[in-house]
Structure formats: C-alpha cells, structure tokens
Design a binder for this molecule. Structure first.
Ligand code: NAP
Length: 343
C-alpha cells in the first residue's frame, strides 16, 4: 500500500513524502545552476510569472565567475571582482522573488507531462527545466597532477594566487583564462612562466597586449608539461619543447623550478547525471541554438553548457533570458494558459 503524507513547511512550500521521496510542489520552471545564465533565467522567469526555483550545488552563486579576480568586460560595470558580481547576481534575483535552493540534480526523469529532478534532499516536479550547470576546469592529465592538487597545483589563480606571494609559478594554457591568470599572478609572484603548447595565443588581443607589457612573465612557446614534480608540494615541472630547434639546443625535456602550477586549459561541461536527457555534441555540450531549446521538449540549455561559439558572462546571461522566454512559451502552449506578466 502506498502512503502519502502531506504537510506544510514554514517556507510556504507544500511538500509530499511519496514512497520515501520528499516531493516539492509542482513548478513551471526548475533552473539548474546559479551562474550568470541560471540567475538571468531566474530573473526572467519570476518576472514573467513562472513558478520558478533555482537549484545550486554550491552555497554561493556565480559559478565560474567566482574564479575570476576581476571582471572588466560586463557592460555598465567597468571593474568588479568575480565574487562581488556573483553576490550582486544573487541579491538581484532574490530581490525579485527568485527562490534559490541548495541542491544538485543527480538525475532528471521524464514523466507524463512533467520532469522529476532528483537531488539528494528531495525531488522537484516541473513542466520545464533550464540546464545552466556551467563547466569545470579541464585536467592536464599528467603524473602528480591529482596528488598535488591543493599542494601547488591549482585551477584558480584568483582563489589561490595569494599563497604564492614572491614565489615562482607557471600557468599552462593559451586562452583568455591562462593569460588572465598570468596577468593576475604577475602582480603577486616574483616570476611567472606561461607555458603554451603552440606559438600563438588564442586569448583576446587586449589581454595579449597587457601580458606582453609585463616584465616578470616569460612565455615558453611550443612547450608541453609532461610531469609535475614534488613529493608533498610542487617543486617544479618537467616540460618538453614540441617543436625542437636543434640549433638552440631546445630539444627534449627539461625541468623548470616552480612553487606552483596553475592549469587553465579550457573547461568541460558539468553534465554529470544529466546524460541522455537531451542530445550533446562530441564534447558533452548540450546541442541547442540561441533559443536554448534542446531536442527534448521542455528541456533548455543555457550558458557554458550549451554548444556556442563564445563563452562569456554576457553571452551566458543572454542565454538565460532566451531560455526563460522559450520556457515561458512552452509552459503557455503545453498547459494552455497565459502566464506572462512581463519579461
Ligand atoms: P580555451 O579558450 O578553450 O583555451 C584553452 C587553452 O588551453 C588553449 O590555448 C589550448 O591550446 C590549451 N590547451 C587545451 N588543452 C590542452 C592540453 N591538454 N595541454 C596544453 N594546453 C592545452 O579555454 P579558457 O581560456 O578556459 O576559456 C574558456 C572560455 O571562457 C572561452 O570561451 C573564453 O573566451 C572564456 N573566458 C573569457 C574570459 C574573459 O573574457 N575575460 C576569461 C576567461 C575565460 P590551443 O590554443 O593550442 O588549442
């Protein structure tokens, strides 16, 4: 026999315990992730009158924005730290009435007319889901990387750079993140090596120009890290020249003495547990266009987790707005109701 107990919780939501599962009330929209995409989707969702909840696995909002020392390419705000911007996002969304709960979707099930989003704490029922779970740093995949993580191996210069005051560090990568990290570390460290596997950076020109002005940054072109050295903390890296120049005797491997290594070689989508809910490309990004619709009706992908040419705070925020508009349209058509107050 199935037992269903219904009770009220102080925060006005109605919960049901059904077969041992704590069920939420039924939502129009569940958003996964409190980065710029998820927060913007939440702002647009509540303003449109959708019954919305945002689930964030961390205790703070901002996503990868939190790993950024300084944001200077978000319109209207010339300089702000990532942490301050994350806080501002959350405060703005909450001031409009967005409900943000801590939780990580372990699985999404498609049922008759709605989705069941299962977290460790409870199960949420919703007509639509916006996946805005973002991405996490890609691992280099070399010996000692994981053993020495937190002992000199870091994926976030803004978070850990201060521990390397007056020390020598290396940054790996050639994109915006690596160049930003090298610029940030140059203010703290005595010397910074930027190790890049090619002879050209892919970072934005403005960042490259700033980098080239720094006297304590040395770029090691055409170089690859083969191993991280050290027992209980990083003492160096073994690097290899990928385009050996015999005349310059740059051939083969050499050891570089560094106190820390910052790995900034791109990101990987946070799609764990969400596999199969909609189609992804070969790198695991959910396939969706500007309207953020995936090939599963009712499921939308916004921000860094969707296939897109430019992953920036501003493009993630734009996705959030588009995804909420698409979710609203879906709810109105699917449930044959007129919801929208304003967008
Ligand atoms: P990214 O643009 O994908 O660049 C990754 C870099 O790491 C590339 O230079 C790549 O080399 C290198 N790389 C990849 N795999 C490697 C490996 N196994 N070993 C050595 N090097 C490797 O990644 P990102 O810099 O993290 O940026 C991710 C996204 O966030 C981008 O869209 C970026 O524009 C955005 N972002 C923007 C800002 C900003 O606007 N201020 C800041 C940070 C990030 P190759 O060049 O040879 O491929």
């Amino acid at each position: 026999m199935l037992v269903c107990i219904v009770y009220w919780k102080k925060d006005v939501s109605m919960y049901q315990i059904w077969k041992g599962e704590i069920m939420s009330k039924k939502y129009d929209l569940v958003i996964l992730g409190a980065g710029p995409a998820g927060i913007t989707a939440g702002i647009y969702g509540v303003r449109a009158g959708l019954e919305t909840v945002l689930l964030e696995k961390n205790y703070v909002s901002g996503g990868q924005v939190l790993n950024t020392y300084e944001v200077d390419n978000y319109p209207g705000i010339s300089h702000i730290s990532g942490i301050e911007l994350g806080e501002a996002f959350e405060n703005h969304a909450k001031s409009l009435g967005l409900c943000i709960e801590q939780g990580e979707a372990g699985k999404i099930h498609r049922e008759d007319g709605f989705f069941r989003i299962v977290t460790e704490e409870k199960t949420y029922l919703s007509t639509t889901v916006i996946i805005a779970a973002g991405a996490h740093p890609r691992l280099l995949g070399v010996p000692k990387e994981q053993e020495l993580a937190g002992m000199g191996v870091s994926y976030c210069a803004a978070c850990d750079g201060a521990f390397f005051k007056d020390k020598v560090t290396a940054v790996v990568g050639g994109g915006d993140a690596a160049v930003e990290d090298a610029i940030f570390l140059s203010r703290v460290c005595r010397k910074v090596y930027l190790i890049h596997r090619r002879d050209q950076l892919r970072a934005a020109r403005i960042l490259q120009d700033r980098l080239m002005e720094l006297t304590n940054v040395e770029i090691l072109w055409d170089s690859q890290v083969d191993e991280i050295l050290g027992e209980d903390h990083v003492t160096g890296v073994k690097i290899r020249h990928t385009q050996p120049d015999v005349d310059n005797k740059e051939e083969g491997s050499r050891e570089l003495l560094v106190d820390g290594i910052f790995i900034a070689i791109g990101v990987v989508p946070n799609n764990q547990g969400l596999e199969g809910i909609a189609s992804t490309d070969e790198n695991g990004y959910f396939v969706a266009g500007e309207d953020c619709r995936t090939d599963t009706p009712g499921i939308f992908a916004a921000g860094d987790i969707r296939t897109k040419p430019l992953r920036q705070i501003v493009t993630a925020a734009a996705d959030g707005a588009n995804a909420a508009a698409s979710a609203l349209e879906y709810v109105e058509i699917y449930e044959n109701v007129k919801v929208c107050k304003t967008m």
